[in-house]
Design a protein. Structure first.
Length: 234
């Protein structure tokens, strides 16, 4: 039983580590994932890596190619536009429902998440082109807190999947922004409208917030510069 638990822990560890690298774009979209290299990198067995890749494929973060193995899911303008459209629909629906039925404990959790986010620097001080990982965690927690009052598990599950997919694009947008964007003010506006139970304003501000990242990426000159070469690692 103990050996089985160790195996399960290592498999879970490989999955979580690989997933984190994909979401943070430390492994670029489109990059080939070589199983033996991943085994060595995470110090786990072949079976653990294959299980992790299988789970990530089902989540849409990895693509399995017949006879060629696995790649980090690529990005494209069409995918980004579709993803943004669906995410806006689902996330604003979750927010509207949270505003409708959320209680004071939901409000308190949202205020706490907002305070933490506002006190956490967004960029790495020594490298302003890089996101501060503590901020990324606080940012995810704030967006989760916004919808925690929603009483639909299915909506929340879908919203979580869409958030994870969008996170890769958001990470890539940071060094590409050509104008200064005050994300903190965007978050504050969403917070105030939500606490005021103004669903129309809150949903509109949230939609604009989500679409801003899409506009930055769509204005980029080439998606090839934002993802790993299809053949670089062959």
């Amino acid at each position: 039983m103990m050996a089985r638990d160790i195996t399960l822990n290592r498999t879970q560890g490989a999955y979580e580590a690989l997933r984190a690298e994909l979401l943070s774009c430390r492994i670029l979209p489109g990059r080939r994932l070589k199983i033996q290299e991943l085994c060595a990198r995470f110090s786990v067995s072949l079976g653990a890596v294959r299980e992790a890749l299988s789970r990530l494929t089902s989540e849409g973060l990895v693509v399995a190619e017949p006879q060629r193995g696995f790649r980090a899911a690529p990005i494209s303008a069409a995918d980004l536009q579709d993803l943004t459209m669906v995410r806006v629909e689902i996330e604003t629906l979750c927010l509207r429902r949270a505003i409708d039925v959320g209680d004071v404990n939901w409000e308190a959790g949202l205020v706490a998440a907002s305070h933490r986010l506002s006190r956490t620097p967004e960029r790495v001080a020594s490298d302003p082109a890089r996101i501060n990982e503590d901020w990324a965690e606080a940012h995810a927690a704030f967006h989760q807190a916004l919808v925690d009052g929603c009483d639909s598990p299915w909506l929340l599950r879908l919203r979580g999947q869409l958030y994870d997919q969008s996170e890769r694009y958001r990470r890539l947008s940071v060094p590409l922004a050509r104008t200064e964007r005050n994300v903190q003010d965007e978050h504050q506006g969403i917070l105030e409208a939500t606490l005021a139970r103004d669903a129309e304003t809150a949903a509109g501000l949230l939609a604009a917030h989500l679409q801003a990242t899409t506009k930055i990426l769509l204005s980029a000159t080439s998606y090839d510069d934002m993802q790993g070469s299809e053949d670089a690692d062959d």
